[in-house]
Design a protein around this ligand. Sequence first.
Ligand code: LMR
Length: 331
Amino acid sequence: MKLKALLTFALLIAFSSTALAAAPIVIKFSHVVAQNTPKGQAADYFKKIAEERTKGRVKIEVYPNSQLYKDKEEMEALQLGAVQMLAPSLAKFAPLGVKEFEVFDLPFIFDDYADLHKVTQGPVGAKLLKKLEPKGILGLAYWDNGFKVMSANKPLKTLADFKGQKMRIQSSKVLDSQMRSVNAIPQVMAFSEVYQALQTGVVNGTENPPSNLYTQKMHEVQKYVTVSNHGYLGYAVIVNKKFWQGLPADIRTILEGAMKDATKFANDVAKKDNDEALAGVKKSGRSQIVTLTPQERDAWKKAMDKTHKDNIGRIGADIVKEVYAATGYKP
Ligand code: LMR
């Protein structure tokens, strides 16, 4: 009887350690946008190829639409290890103590995606990601979204149109300056709260790439959308450093390969998604599309240029100059 009990015990131990060995490594990937956005699709694509290539040894749980955490909370959750992967907008890194990413928020700094890639795919981009490491975070990649439109319940064309408009912004001091430079009143707010704030009039307007505006149905609660392309919004894919470095080396290598392919996927769909989203806004007839004459756009650029001067000290002159040199931007 004693022997039988011992044998059962030994079998139990053997069984549970096999079960433990077979338990997949879980990576929780939280984000705040809809699944059918460039970031949402890229996160799902990363999940698919990472799980396939690791043959069940890794399970990626993607939580879209602020399901798990809102903007500020998700950064804290990553540092605490409650989630392992995020792709926050580049405008949201200052609360971590890394203000340099706000260089991406400077108005009119990138003419197009080609200009942007000179930074995100070049040495300045790599240098910026390195700045996250002392915070316990590793930057794996940049994922594109797109160039921003400005929406409100009045057509925003001339500088005078902005006066007194309460505009929701992401938590970036550069975006705060940008709105102030045209006499609008910036208001920081989590992405998940924007639709309701627009609907109830807590704010009058906002800025975002069309893909975010359309998938959150913001155009249904905004009368006008100005296609200004005055600034850029994109992401850094980040992981908890301790977690990432603690992964078995072969798994980490496979995940890095999957991230490379997911990055290509993200950057390939971003422009198309934004073009389609803008077409969707137009087709819906819910808000009217406003276009700027070259003179009007130039007036925005001139007024917003102050944002560059006012924030060089905050972002760091070296970074700003390196980005100017990469893109050929002339202040
Ligand atoms: C926003 O808050 O407007 C964006 O950062 C949302 C996102 O992640 O694209």
